[in-house]
Ligand binder design. Sequence first.
Ligand code: HXC
Length: 514
Amino acid sequence: MSLKKHILDLRKRKEQVEKGGGDRAIEKQAAMGKMTARERILALVDKDSFTEYDLFVEHTARDFGMEKKQLHGDGVIIGTGTVYGAPICIFAQDFTVAGGSLGLMHARKITKIMDHALKMRVPLIGINDSGGARIQEGVNSLAGYGEIFYRNTLASGVIPQLSVILGPCAGGAVYSPALTDFVFVVENISKMFITGPGVIESVLGEKISMEDLGGARVHAETTGNAHFFSNSEAECFEQIKKLITFIPWNNDKKAKAFPPKPPKFKGKIEDIIPSDPKTPYDVRDVIKAIVDDSDFFEIQDLWAANIVIGFGRLNGETVGFVANQPLVLAGVLDCDSSDKAARFIRYCDAFNIPIITLEDMPGYLPGVDQEHAGVIRHGAKVLYAYSEATVPKVTVILRKAYGGGYIAMNSRHLGADFMFAWPMAEIAVMGPEGAANIIFKKEIDEAEDKDAMRALKVEEYKEKFANPYVAAAKGYIDSVIEPSETRALLLHAIEVSANKDDHRPAKKHGIPPF
Ligand code: HXC
């Protein structure tokens, strides 16, 4: 055959395989409002940057009529590309081919690109759209999942791993996304669950739709399994691209620096916080008043909203924010917000991203529900994550810092590098009202006008303890600062921390309160 004929033959073969499960299956995919696997990859990566591998891989199953079936690419597309110039490895399951089900060769393709990502030290993006383990391939499918989970774990903390749920992700398949750093879901498209509605109905007699069981909102608002929620695949891809700009390629690198930009916020930062300490405000306004271009990229905004986490830039450098949110539950720490904060702190620490903590909270949430849900174990994760982190760690106490909350939110005692407090900060074992009721109980009980005496004692307590100066006198706080100085001091703190070198005792690994 002449070279020209070889090339024509190659093109024809490629064209056939690129059709995936064929026109009817593609039409069905489109009718569900879903893009095909190939369209998704091409929409996500930079133009003309995608290179595909293993296009001609064939399945090897020989039972249940599989020997007669040709499954193009074995239901998954793998390759490399760039996103805003950053190299990435990617796989996308193709639901049009046997429901994107995972057989032996399908799994081998995924593990090949995972190995490649780990060797090349570049982010891995996995697009999940699959009916789960390919039933006809039995234990080979299960083996495939195990080998994926193993690699997810090896790669954890070395390269960023992003999971995009764009269809069903059922059964054990959910555990690969759960092991990765960031999970993206799309309204009406993503479905994630361990046991489907059919099994639940037959075993428990309960009827539930797939959407209510494990739809995008469920995971973005209730379970916290998802980090980013969007209304369309196009919006989801924009979120992924934006995230890639904030994080480094691997744990040896820093995130790419951007040209510095002043915040767009034009008001006065001190006007954001009401003078009455009981009146809430949105801490995201404070973050926007601080970060470059007022561009704050929030993560898990719909779940455990009493804590706010996300990325921003200071003088062009990526930083991670952990901030109590007084708008929700007064910004307390509880089981979910502790999990949310702790995981993010560990992410930032693994990937060389300095952590800025903004504190305004009355402590851990009291109550039987929280105690029985394990607030001790969950709350301990925050202490562990902050204490363990060796990246630059800066805290600004905006208003309340009471009790365990004061310690937990990256206090000096857990290794904060710089501790700033605004002048209206209240640093105390508990709120002035609660404290006065306990330590001045006798005086209040014996007074003729109990309310007047209580008010007097509350004031006395506030003056003595509920301020930043007692902590500053001990050096627990480095500086009491004017709110308007915050950005400049944070820029300085990050600048002088550039060569931070913090050694810890050698060990195989710690045992965090998972
Ligand atoms: C083989 C599968 C498959 C699977 C779907 N297909 N899931 N083939 N193994 N697991 C095939 C279908 O036979 C069909 O093939 C095509 O994919 C499209 O599927 P439909 O059912 O027509 O699509 P839809 O109506 O959209 O329903 C999608 C679905 C459903 C909800 C995902 O297919 C389904 O419930 N599948 C089974 C899910 C499941 O229980 N998986 C195993 C989980 S256990 P044709 O040829 O007709 O087009 C598991 C264990 C892993 O994953 C453990 C790891 C630790």
